[in-house]
Design a protein around this ligand. Structure first.
Ligand code: FE2
Length: 195
């Protein structure tokens, strides 16, 4: 898989974006056309990785540079599979490669240190995203969402995050209670698809 990988140029391009910008929104705007190009690559994913896992969505690391300044992940969503409401604590983009997913976006309203519950997680939008669409997340205000594939067809999404998201400590939120729990979502492959 090392020949003609699209990720070496991507690393050059994202490295120069990160050298020039710190603002998450600005980084996302510059990375978006790079993800758009990846979504047009019909040979991005080996066929065996495009098959959903039986019990949960699959999370495969495609590529990360040695300094882990970003990572590119493929998520495979079988019919009916869901990611609970979660944050990222880093900038990220979500592109639809195959099929469609429904993304619910949330805002966290902070009630202060002593309040019970401390936060309210309020749904602010629900979007059905289809092939070629790109959305984004970044803290603190645009960081919480839930993703689901309620359709009969398998969906594949390609994500770029500003760190190795498979090691990132973050949270799953209970929208009803306002409580959250710590989580690290590890990749389902032990080594990246591309090197
Ligand atoms: Fe997410």
């Amino acid at each position: 898989m090392s020949e003609k990988t699209p990720f070496h140029q991507l690393e050059v391009d994202i490295s120069s974006i990160l050298a020039a910008h710190q603002d998450y929104r600005t980084i996302i705007e510059h990375v978006q056309p790079l993800l758009q190009q990846l979504l047009k690559n019909d040979d991005l994913l080996p066929a065996d990785l495009q098959v959903p896992l039986p019990t949960k969505y699959a999370q495969y690391l495609l590529y990360k540079p040695a300094d882990e300044a970003f990572s590119v992940i493929a998520f495979i969503w079988g019919a009916g599979q869901v990611a609970p409401v979660h944050d990222h604590l880093v900038w990220g983009l979500v592109g639809i490669y195959r099929g469609s997913v429904v993304e619910k976006r949330y805002r966290r309203e902070d009630h202060g240190e002593s309040a019970e519950p401390r936060y309210t997680i309020r749904e602010v939008a629900e979007v059905t995203a289809t092939q070629g669409d790109i959305s984004f997340v970044y803290p603190p205000d645009y960081d919480i969402h839930g993703v689901a594939n309620p359709f009969d067809e398998v969906a594949i999404t390609i994500h770029i995050y500003g760190t190795d998201i498979g090691k990132q400590p973050r949270h799953i939120h209970d929208v009803t209670s306002g409580n959250s729990r710590d989580v690290i979502t590890k990749h389902d492959n032990s080594s990246p698809v591309y090197r």
